[in-house]
Design a protein around this ligand. Structure first.
Ligand code: MN
Length: 152
């Protein structure tokens, strides 16, 4: 048995032998207060499982791409935008992000949001909205409020 067959959980959603990483390169895309841990990335699997943690009031990048995501909320509360729909999310909820669908996860103002995200190993780079695409999304007042971190 190799050491990595079992990696024990530690307090605060940390695991043995799992590095705490920056969410993305700084300046690569707009985001706020997010960390990333890669839990499973074995080459024999064609997917990766990552744990992301968004600090209170933080958010992931608004993006879309050809690959899909399967997300399981582990801890905390917040909201997510998938396509043109905003969902309230909490522990153990499941969120599917289909290909080429705008998505963003936002932690509640006073609560962090931690979630598992399953993704293909071979995947395209996320695309950010153009000014026109952002304007189109913001035409819906609920989406504009979501993107501004305001209550709808
Ligand atoms: Mn994504």
């Amino acid at each position: 048995m190799s050491a990595s067959d079992h990696r024990a959980a530690r307090d605060g959603f940390r695991w043995d032998e799992v590095d705490l990483l920056a969410y993305k390169e700084t300046g690569a895309a707009p985001f706020r207060a997010v960390t990333r841990q890669i839990l499973f990335a074995d080459p024999v699997l064609s997917c990766e499982l990552r744990y992301f943690e968004v600090a209170p009031g933080g958010h992931t990048t608004l993006e879309r791409h050809a690959h899909a995501h399967g997300v399981t909320i582990l801890t905390g509360r917040g909201r997510c935008l998938v396509g043109e729909t905003i969902h309230e999310i909490g522990p153990h909820d499941l969120v599917t992000v289909p290909p080429w669908t705008w998505h963003q996860f936002r932690a509640a103002a006073a609560e962090k949001l931690g979630f598992l995200c399953m993704v293909n190993v071979e995947r395209d780079r996320p695309a950010l909205p153009t000014d026109q695409e952002l304007a189109d999304l913001r035409r819906d007042p609920a989406i504009a409020a979501f993107l501004d971190g305001r209550a709808a």
